[in-house]
Ligand binder design. Structure first.
Ligand SMILES: [Mg+2]
Length: 222
């Protein structure tokens, strides 16, 4: 009888000790392992495909309705670039999900990021159906040449516009830039029927009929 009592006492005492650590965040290495597993297991790509499938169904409906409508509009879709159209995953792993802004820009300027497969399918579907596609990205204007090359090499050919963050942009959030970029697309006479991005900040600010958010547990852009 003695042993169970000691065990009971130990449990009671430990219950007084453990709350000290109750708010300890998860170990960074454990989180890194989960991030890699999410990608390598294919779950990440499946989650991306689920969102894109919804976007595709929605776009098909919009195209069909627009064709039937007496007031048909000139339709466009907006796509973000990083973790939406192109994947930086290999670079992120090499930088252990960190890195300085300079290191990240150097990687982007290598212009060798692969396409996110399901996004490329959406892009091709839109272009085939005469929907204009505009890329709006927080990448800076001085990355225009490598970004254009990368998009083209990855299969995003004949896009209708590439709007990049101005060099002198000083807002803390990307939302004002992305919103004004969508407004500039509307001023060209387009109705933005669909907006695709991977950040909450891609979703804010209206000027798109419907927004679809892809998963991205790897970084956060305010
Ligand atoms: Mg992005």
């Amino acid at each position: 009888m003695k042993t169970p009592f000691i065990l009971f006492l130990t449990l009671v005492l430990s219950s007084f000790v453990s709350p000290i650590f109750a708010k300890e965040p998860q170990n960074l290495e454990v989180i890194r392992t989960k991030l890699v597993k999410y990608h390598d297991s294919g779950e990440y790509q499946n989650d991306q495909a689920k969102v894109i499938n919804q976007a595709m169904l929605y776009l098909k409906n919009r195209i069909a309705n627009n064709a039937k409508s007496h007031k048909s509009v000139k339709m466009a879709i907006v796509m973000d670039i990083d973790e939406t159209s192109l994947s930086n995953y290999d670079d992120m792993v090499r930088l252990r999900f960190g890195g300085t802004l300079e290191e990240i820009k150097q990687d982007e300027d290598k212009a060798n990021d692969p396409a996110i497969k399901s996004s490329l399918e959406l892009y091709r579907y839109a272009k085939k159906n005469n929907i204009a596609v505009f890329f709006i990205s927080g990448r800076k204007e001085n990355s225009r040449a490598p970004t254009t090359k990368n998009l083209n090499d990855a299969g995003y050919v004949n896009f209708d516009g590439l709007i990049l963050r101005p060099e002198n942009y000083s807002e803390k959030s990307i939302v004002p830039f992305k919103t004004s970029a969508r407004t500039s697309v509307e001023k060209q006479g387009y109705t933005i029927v669909l907006n695709l991005g991977d950040q909450e900040s891609d979703m804010k600010g209206n000027h798109a009929d419907k927004s679809f958010k892809l998963p991205n547990p790897y970084y956060f852009i305010p």
